[in-house]
Ligand binder design. Sequence first.
Ligand code: HEM
Length: 446
Amino acid sequence: MATRLPAPPEAGLLNGLRFGTDTMRFLDGVQARFDDGTAIPIPGRPPLVILTGPDLVADALERPEDFPRIPAQGAVSMIAEKGLVQSEGELWSQQRSVMAPAFGGKQINAYADTTGERIEARATRWAEAGARETDLHCEMTSLTVRVASEILLGEDIGKARADQFHEWMAVAGEEFEFGIETVLPEWVPTRTSDAFRDAATGIRELSEELIERRRAELEAGERTDASDMLTMLIRAEENPEVEFPDNQIRDEVATFLIAGHETTALSLTYTLALLSWNPDARRRVREEAQGVLGDGPLTHEALSELPYTKRVYREALRLYPPAWAVFRRADGDVPLGEYVVEDGSAIIMPLWSIHRDGRHFENPETFDPDRWQRRDPNAVAAYRPFSSGPHACVGRGFALAGSTLVLARLVGEFDVDVPESALDDLRLTPTLRPGDGVSATITPIE
Ligand code: HEM
């Protein structure tokens, strides 16, 4: 007979408090104690389920009809309510297929090439500036948001807007930080700050501006050959057989402005930090990169020459998964493995803790890029930085290709040195964010 996942012996509220006040340590503790997962009773709410077993995680992710995403509400819905990272069911399926052609192999190459051009310009500026200190996370955000806007929306939003975006994301990060309210009963009201409301308005207005400009261009018969995601959405909306809810395109643009850059910026920041603490790995990336760096920008053709750099990036995604957890809820009392998950349970699949579990990874805390030579990352159930199942990351190919080129260019030409303590204060928002920037010293190498 199917049973419930075990509850920890401590009282529910105590667990809730621990979860709300020191989430990561709490999740690591749960990971160590439960093979499959736990269901924590929370007063006034359905239980909080934490899945720790990779096979149960994979099963839950394959079944969005039983384990749908938690609908956007509160602060999140002020930015976008039903973009591709929030929607479910028919709307999600329609939108994913409308946008799928924007993420094929040809587009991955175009994305890699655009990244190569952008990073070339950035590296030239870094070289001219000489040795200096900077906020690495801010640098990576302004780089990736410009690449994302150029490739997905057909327009580079420019440096000032990109820097502004970094500020907005910092404000949003504070608003979305996991805290005690995550486990408060649902009747306790929570508030949003004025700064957050301004950031959400800024992101929505920027999205509307980009859409209006593109509509005007298309109506004027300009850019008729554009094949970016925004053009695809506008064309799909004109098709009488496709039904778009109000503001759907704005929600998608706002969603992609964020999803298309934030995790990539974080992953690059974490990889450069890890390389700074692992000089041997940095030397190997540099040697490999110097074999492909020439006079012009790097292109997708260099990717096949950068196997070690790819392994480094995959290993950084294991130790510092920017999407530190995946969230779902149970729609009905639903079977999962030998268990039944209670209707309405919020479900957390803590990628961070699973990626650092010694049952699945040898020396889990060690940065060992060569583990991905011994193992095929696609065959390791416990390794899923891009999630899996129908909602698996649509931008995975972009991130892997673009980030490899960024790392090759930067590590090939600069020492990026990050203090050992730089990642001590990581905040849990929907992504894993450095609390107060990541200060780094950048020095052109001779
Ligand atoms: C290192 C970089 C990235 C990481 C670690 C990452 C991670 C993830 C994860 C874990 C999910 C699944 C969330 C869930 O199951 O609820 C996801 C979904 C998604 N990602 Fe990414 N992502 C990255 C880059 C990108 C990029 C570059 C784009 C856009 C070009 C993107 C767009 C999306 C979208 C639209 C979804 C929702 C897919 C769907 O539900 O159909 N991501 N990502």
